[in-house]
Design a protein around this ligand. Structure first.
Ligand SMILES: Nc1ncnc2c1ncn2[C@@H]1O[C@H](COP(=O)(O)OP(=O)(O)OP(=O)(O)O)[C@@H](O)[C@H]1O
Ligand SMILES: [Mg+2]
Length: 315
C-alpha cells in the first residue's frame, strides 16, 4: 500500500515537472538542452506508470522490467547531455547582456556626439555671426573718436566702447566654453593646462596640473569627455569643497590613459550619489559619459578628508 501511494505521488509530481519543463521549451526557444531535460521528465513519469501497472498486475513481466531499466539508462543519458548543453543557455544570456550593453553604449555615444556637435555649431554661429557684427560696431565707435567734443558725449562713447569690448570678450568666452578651441587644436593636456591656468588666475585656490601627454592626441570624443569631466570636477571643488589645492595628473600608459584628481576640501558623503538627496547632475553625467567610451570613473570622498577621483580610459 505504502509503495502504491509513493508511486502515485511520484507520478503526479513527475507529470507536473514534465508539463512545466515542456512549457519552458517554448521560452528557451526550443533549445536542445531544455528539450532533452523535458523529455527526461516525461520518460520518468512514463517509467513510474510502468512500475505502477506492474505493481497492480502483481506478476512482474520480464519485458516491461527490461523496458523500465533501459528507460532509466535513456533518462540518465538525456540528463547528462541536457546539463552539458544547458551551458549554451547561459552563454546566450551572457551574450544578450553584452549586446544590450554595447547597444546602450552606442546610443549614449551617439547622444553625446550629437550634443557636442550642436555645441560646436552654436559656438561657431556665435563666434562667426555675432563677433564680426560687434567688431563693426567697435570700428564705427572708433571712427567717432575725436569727432565728439561734448564731454558728456565723450563719456557715453567711452562707456559704449567699454560695453562693446566686454560683449566681444564674453562671446569669445562663451563660444570657447561651448567648444574649447585649445582642445580641438592642441589636445587634452593643453586644454586642461589652459583651464587650470585660468582657474589659477582667479586665485581662489591653486591648481597643480601634471601630465606626460603633451602633444599626444586621443580620439576626439575621448578628449572631449575627459576634458568636460575635469571641468566639472574643478567646478565642484570650487563650488562645494572650500579646498585650497587641487592636484590633477593626466598620464598615458601603454594601453590606457588615466586622470587622477584630488582636492583638499571638506569632502562629502558619496553614498548620497544616485539617491534623492543628490539633485545635481554633474557627477552622474561624468559617469555616463565615461561609460559611453568604455572607461571607468571612481570618486572617493570622506568628510574632512578631501575628494579624489579617477578616470581610466582605453587609448
Ligand atoms: N569636490 C567636492 N567637495 C565636496 N563636495 C562635493 C564635491 N564634489 C561633489 N560634491 C557633493 O556632491 C554633490 C553632487 O555633485 P554633482 O556635481 O553631481 O552635483 P552639483 O554640483 O550639486 O550640481 P550640478 O553639477 O548638476 O550643477 C554636490 O552637491 C556636493 O554636495
Ligand atoms: Mg557639479
Amino acid at each position: 500500500m505504502v509503495r502504491l501511494v509513493a508511486l502515485i505521488i511520484s507520478i503526479v509530481l513527475q507529470v507536473i515537472a514534465a508539463v512545466i519543463a515542456v512549457k519552458f521549451v517554448r521560452l528557451t526557444k526550443y533549445r536542445l538542452s531544455w528539450i532533452l531535460l523535458s523529455l527526461a521528465f516525461v520518460f520518468m513519469a512514463v517509467r513510474k506508470l510502468i512500475q505502477l501497472s506492474e505493481f497492480l498486475r502483481g506478476t512482474p513481466s520480464y519485458i516491461w522490467q527490461m523496458i523500465d531499466e533501459w528507460m532509466g539508462v535513456l533518462i540518465s543519458f538525456m540528463i547528462i547531455v541536457g546539463v552539458i548543453l544547458i551551458r549554451e543557455i547561459f552563454y546566450s544570456l551572457k551574450k544578450a547582456e553584452a549586446d544590450r550593453l554595447k547597444t546602450e553604449r552606442r546610443v549614449l555615444s551617439a547622444i553625446i556626439n550629437t550634443e557636442e556637435n550642436e555645441k560646436k555649431r552654436f559656438a561657431k554661429d556665435l563666434h562667426d555671426g555675432l563677433g564680426p557684427l560687434l567688431s563693426t560696431v567697435k570700428m564705427a565707435l572708433s571712427a567717432l573718436n575725436g569727432k565728439i567734443n561734448d564731454p558728456a558725449g565723450i563719456e557715453i562713447l567711452q562707456n559704449t566702447n567699454h560695453v562693446v569690448n566686454e560683449a566681444i570678450n564674453t562671446i569669445k568666452e562663451v563660444s570657447n566654453n561651448l567648444s574649447p578651441h585649445v582642445l580641438e587644436n592642441f589636445g587634452l593636456s593643453s586644454a586642461i593646462g589652459a583651464f587650470a591656468a585660468k582657474v589659477n588666475q582667479i586665485k581662489a585656490l591653486e591648481v597643480d596640473f601634471r601630465s606626460n601627454m603633451e602633444g599626444i592626441r586621443l580620439e576626439a570624443d575621448k578628449e572631449v569627455i575627459v576634458y568636460r569631466a575635469v571641468c566639472e570636477l574643478i567646478n565642484n571643488s570650487l563650488v562645494h569643497s572650500g579646498a585650497s589645492k587641487i592636484d590633477i595628473e593626466l598620464n598615458k600608459h601603454d594601453r590606457f590613459v588615466t586622470l587622477q584628481y584630488s582636492d583638499n576640501g571638506r569632502g562629502f558623503d558619496t553614498s548620497i550619489l544616485g539617491t534623492e538627496d543628490c539633485t545635481g547632475m554633474g557627477l552622474s553625467n561624468i559617469e555616463t559619459r565615461v561609460k559611453s567610451i568604455d572607461g571607468i570613473f571612481f570618486i572617493e570622498s570622506n568628510r574632512g578628508k578631501g575628494t579624489s577621483a579617477l578616470i581610466k580610459i582605453i587609448d
